[in-house]
Design a protein around this ligand. Structure first.
Ligand code: BEZ
Ligand code: FE
Length: 278
């Protein structure tokens, strides 16, 4: 124990966690040490690089406040958020796929009747969104709680404006007896993820762009079904193949169609996975 070297230290650290009573914590911390040490060995991490890494993580923490979660953003651009979503939402064929929730979901969004305009003054081209919430067998899911949120035409969510009173381009609706829903909003446009912090610096240094393809967020909750957190992505968007946070699924890409009166429409049905009762 006094003469640990680069070949023996990993096992010594793992052994130090051997008495962890909670089995899952023991597994997580053991794997963390194993993989962290393997990363340092394989990259031949220098002391200067270690210090730079610590500085980066410190700056990431310092950027966080009530409105900004720079660590989640880091997880997003490293693909860890989407990997975690993919591993934990392996639903049966036919169910709508899940994707990242993102940092702009908020509790307490306003409730609207079907047909209402959730834009509530947000700038953008007017759009009608329609669809149904269904179960895996095609059955209607009535009274589902449907939360929607999106950026405006300037690429900002309402919560990114410091002086905005009330919510814009977000709301909560309920599906009708046939599982149907419809509401007005604005057309989704691409926008850059927040990039004025350490994560933005990382993107710049690695020549990566910060853009997300245009999308509309949904979170759908219904009794007897797993909660679905997803987006609908806008077909034709230039960033569909290079989403900064790796969230795109082909099954979630749909057309916003311009109607003769100039209004756009989006039609999309959601299929929920029944909850397991084991
Ligand atoms: C979003 O879609 O709102 C989002 C997701 C991940 C990072 C930043 C934004
Ligand atoms: Fe978004």
């Amino acid at each position: 124990m006094r003469n640990l070297n680069q070949d023996t230290i990993t096992q010594a650290v793992i052994a130090r966690f051997a008495q962890t009573p909670e089995p899952r914590l023991k597994e997580v911390v053991t794997n963390l040490v194993q993989h962290l040490h393997a990363f340092a060995r394989e990259t031949h991490l220098t002391e200067a690089e270690w210090a730079q890494g610590i500085e980066f993580l410190t700056a990431t923490g310092q950027k966080c406040d009530d409105q900004r979660q720079e660590f989640i953003l880091l997880s997003d651009v490293l693909g860890l958020s989407m990997l975690t979503v993919a591993m934990n939402n392996d639903k049966p064929q036919g169910c709508t796929e899940a994707t990242v929730v993102g940092p702009f979901h908020v509790e307490g969004a306003p409730h609207y009747a079907l047909g209402a305009d959730v834009a509530n003054g947000a700038v953008g081209q007017p759009c009608l969104v329609r669809g149904r919430v269904l179960g895996l067998g095609g059955e209607a899911v009535p009274n589902a709680v449907i939360e929607v949120w999106q950026a405006d035409a300037a690429g900002n969510y309402d919560v990114q404006y410091a002086d905005l009173a009330g919510h814009r381009a977000r709301g909560v609706l309920r599906s009708d007896a046939e599982g149907g829903f419809h509401f007005r909003s604005i057309v989704a446009e691409p926008y850059p993820i927040p990039n004025d912090g350490p994560v933005g610096e990382l993107l710049k240094a690695t020549r990566r762009h910060p853009w997300r393809p245009a999308h509309l967020h949904f979170m759908i909750k219904a009794e007897g079904y797993e909660t679905l957190t997803t987006h609908v992505f806008r077909n034709g968007d230039p960033y569909l193949d290079s989403d900064a946070v790796f969230g795109v699924r082909q099954s979630l890409v749909a057309d916003w169609v311009q109607q003769p009166d100039g209004m756009f429409s989006l039609d999309f049905d959601f299929v929920l996975n029944p909850s397991s009762h084991d």
